[in-house]
Every structure is written in C-alpha cells, then in structure tokens.
Design a protein around this ligand. Sequence first.
Ligand SMILES: [Zn+2]
Length: 70
Amino acid sequence: MSGEESLFTYELMESTDAVRDQIKRCEGQHVQQAVFSTYMDTLTQVCFTEQKIRSTILWDGNRSWDASKE
Ligand SMILES: [Zn+2]
C-alpha cells in the first residue's frame, strides 16, 4: 500500500467455498465483513485490513461465477 489512499482491490473468486476459506483465514486476524445474496447465490467478503473485496459476483451481467457455468 502506498500513500494515504484507500483503494480496495476486487478479486473474483471461483466459488463460494473459496470465499468461505478466505473468510476463515481472516477470522480473528483482520477486520472483515461478509455478505451473502440469496437472490444471486453469491458470497462477498470485504477485508478492511487487506483492503480487498473477494466475491463470486462477475461485473459483467451481474451474474455469479457458478451460474455462468450452468
Ligand atoms: Zn483479510
């Protein structure tokens, strides 16, 4: 991280399980929030400590990674 800017990086995760694993890794170490969408069946983690957003949501078409494979 450089300077005083706070820029979150978006990381597309391949599955909700991958996001869950990451949430477990951050648990107790980092400040984080997790959001699950029953509508899109997607999971999103925001880690404030790492300034990363990890999610299964694709920007393109607003669909989840899993749904795109079906
Ligand atoms: Zn973290």
